[in-house]
Write a protein that binds this ligand. Structure first.
Ligand SMILES: Nc1ncnc2c1ncn2[C@@H]1O[C@H](COP(=O)(O)OP(=O)(O)O)[C@@H](O)[C@H]1O
Ligand SMILES: CC(C)(COP(=O)(O)O)[C@@H](O)C(=O)NCCC(=O)O
Ligand SMILES: [K+]
Length: 257
């Protein structure tokens, strides 16, 4: 079995594959203060609950955009799975030509998403990942990673309103159904969610233009808050919440000894 980790700034998504089949996946909080033993025990319990054993893990792959957590997770893999983790980064074949000024600068999660989406849907592609930040990535018809856009995430945008304006409360991220709102909470919900739908559709439209208005450009959304926006966005074709785990499995296959 393969144990795959997608370490984001808010959540770690981990999944277990037997061959190409995803047996289970879980979402746990990203906590920079947790030790390798704490992660080991947490994962041990998640496994146990599903009748799985960490002793059956043959390989571990990690993609992370949170460098301070790498030591704990790598050490956890070593101690509890007896495996050296494969880490998405320099030296790993992704099969994708990265056209960033400095390819090492691109977040590993963005490349992993692009690999999975290109494998599944072909190019050209736009991938939108609604995480702590919202990232947009463009992939060419030939499968080159062309670059993209990084915007403040939905949750952190709404937290910023709450934290910086004394009379604005923390609000639940639900759609109020209209934009002429008659109270503070729905006015904020409208600004955050409908504002965000506008942001997404505008960036995607511009990205499609820069991709040459190719008629077959597909737009795939992923990440914790994808469904909230995708349901009213005019540009998102499909939500695939498991894109990052799928990309990790594919990259593992391309690099295993
Ligand atoms: N299933 C879910 N339903 C609603 N919100 C979610 C869900 N999963 C994650 N979130 C929220 O979505 C945001 C982004 O989550 P995630 O995609 O895990 O981010 P990251 O990859 O940056 O860790 C977070 O604010 C998180 O609280
Ligand atoms: C843009 C990100 C913060 C998104 O991370 P996430 O929201 O998934 O936690 C991450 O991909 C990152 O740190 N990227 C490095 C900068 C870049 O991609 O150009
Ligand atoms: K992510």
């Amino acid at each position: 079995m393969l144990l795959a980790f997608d370490v984001g700034n808010t959540n770690i998504v981990l999944g277990v594959y037997r061959g190409q089949t995803l047996l289970n996946y879980w979402r746990i909080a990203t906590d920079k203060s947790k030790t390798s033993d704490e992660y080991g025990m947490l994962i041990h319990q998640l496994f146990q609950y599903e009748g799985l054993s960490m002793k059956d893990i043959d390989d571990v792959i990690i993609s992370s955009v949170v460098p301070p957590l790498m030591y704990s997770l790598q050490h956890m893999a070593y101690k509890y799975c007896k495996k050296e983790a494969m880490v998405v980064g320099p030296g790993i074949k992704t099969g994708m030509n990265i056209k960033y000024d400095n390819p090492k600068q691109v977040g590993a999660d963005r490349i992993v998403n692009a690999v999975a989406a290109y494998e599944k849907y072909g190019g050209p592609l736009v991938i939108v990942d609604f995480g702590t930040a919202t990232t947009f990535c463009a992939v060419s018809e030939k499968g080159e990673y062309l670059g993209g856009t990084i915007a403040p995430g939905i949750k952190i945008s709404s937290e910023a309103l709450f934290q910086n304006a004394a009379k604005l409360p923390r609000v639940e991220l639900i759609k109020p159904g209209h934009v002429i709102c008659k109270n503070t909470v729905s006015s904020m919900q409208s600004g955050i969610i409908y504002g965000y739908i506008g942001l997404v559709d505008y960036i995607v439209k511009r990205m499609k233009q820069e991709l040459g208005n190719h008629p077959n450009t597909r737009v795939i959304a992923t990440g914790g808050l994808a469904n909230l926006i995708a349901s009213e966005s005019e540009t998102i074709d499909e939500v695939n919440g498991l894109l990052t785990l799928e990309g990790l499995r594919i990259i593992y296959e391309r690099n295993k000894g």
